[in-house]
Design a protein around this ligand. Structure first.
Ligand code: PBG
Length: 329
């Protein structure tokens, strides 16, 4: 009788053996937790399509941040929901804007020093029309005016750095924004503040629940005029090349799960630290299945995160950051 010479099962026999041969790890320090900061005090408003995620006033955000720090989470990604919006998104670069005030409060608390504070730099949460910058054209023919948006993004980045942001993360997909932001940061004395570019951001249906959370659904037109088409991976590489040439220090791929091949291609081609954003729709979709009892929560959550790391991401922006960190304890 002929025995198999190679038996893969030999190394899978015990947990100790599996642990020794594990190739990919998850750690709380690799997770970044997004926070949606809103005006007011004592506000903890649930986002209906994202169970467990809230709009938080600054005092509540401080509590949430303390929990994240105690879990060993790597950082926070801050989104601001302003009191009022206008066509230029001026709330994004106001020195007393909601994100700036939140950054100051978070940075003033020395017990939160283990958290890297990352500012999402985009105008869409602040514009009355929900697009990522001021518009040209009318109705459904409107589009974001690229070159008019650049100085506003640069102003936003500088005001966020001034408020204490450790990293500036532009998520708008305007051409030339990394260079514009780098120049403005340097001129304002923030030569040491890194830029994490959402370099290849796809126009995705999976941002749906976020737009409820941030109240940033475009009022007319859509984002396909500036975000990337789902099928294009070579174009993604060109986008990333440009951002690297313009001075990006780190890259962020988005969405994550449905675009694992893009993460892999980016990892193979570029040596910058690479993060991936497991976006709102990825979270909501899994939660819907958990609620119905169709998927095992702990296992499916960890598997979805492991896949993103295996594809080549160094760190993950995820709404599961707290639960996954608890699970890893
Ligand atoms: C834009 C921005 C978006 C997300 C992060 N930054 C929304 C968009 O492009 O419409 C989506 C994140 C998510 O879905 O969790 N500032």
């Amino acid at each position: 009788m002929q025995f198999p010479v190679t038996r893969m099962r030999r190394l899978r026999r015990t947990e100790a053996m599996r642990s020794l041969t594990r190739e990919t790890f998850l750690q709380p320090s690799q997770f970044i937790y997004p926070l949606f900061i809103c005006p007011g005090e004592g506000v903890r408003k649930p986002i209906s399509s994202m169970p467990g995620v809230f709009n938080l006033s600054i005092d509540e955000a401080l509590k949430e941040a303390a929990e994240c720090a105690s879990l060993g989470i790597g950082g926070l990604l801050l989104f601001g929901l302003p009191e009022s919006k206008d066509p230029e998104g001026s709330g994004a670069y106001a020195d007393d804007g909601i994100a700036q005030r939140a950054l100051r409060a978070l940075k003033a608390d020395s017990s939160l020093r283990s958290l890297v504070m990352i500012a999402d730099t985009c105008l869409c949460e602040y514009t009355s029309h929900g697009h990522c910058g001021p518009l040209t054209g009318n109705g459904n023919d409107c589009t974001v005016d690229n070159d008019a948006t650049l100085p506003l993004l640069a102003k936003t980045a500088v005001s966020q750095a001034r408020a204490g942001a450790d990293i500036i993360a532009p998520s708008d997909m305007m051409d030339g924004r990394v260079a514009a932001i780098r120049e403005a940061l340097d001129e304002a004395g923030f030569t040491e503040t890194p830029i994490m570019s959402y370099a290849a951001k796809f126009a995705s249906a999976f941002y749906g629940p976020f737009r409820e959370a941030a109240d940033s659904t475009p009022q007319m037109g859509d984002r396909r005029g500036y975000q990337m088409a789902g099928g294009n991976v070579r174009e993604a590489m060109r986008e990333i090349e440009l951002d690297v040439a313009e001075g990006a220090d780190m890259l962020l791929a988005k969405p994550a799960g449905p675009y694992l091949d893009v993460i892999r291609a980016t990892r193979e081609r570029f040596d910058l630290p690479l993060g991936a954003y497991q976006v709102s729709g990825e979270y909501s979709m899994l939660h819907a299945a958990f609620e119905r009892g169709w998927l095992d929560k702990d296992r499916a959550m960890m598997e979805s995160l492991l896949a993103i790391r295996r594809a080549g991401a160094d760190f993950i922006v995820t709404y599961f950051a707290k639960e996954a960190s608890q699970r890893l304890r």
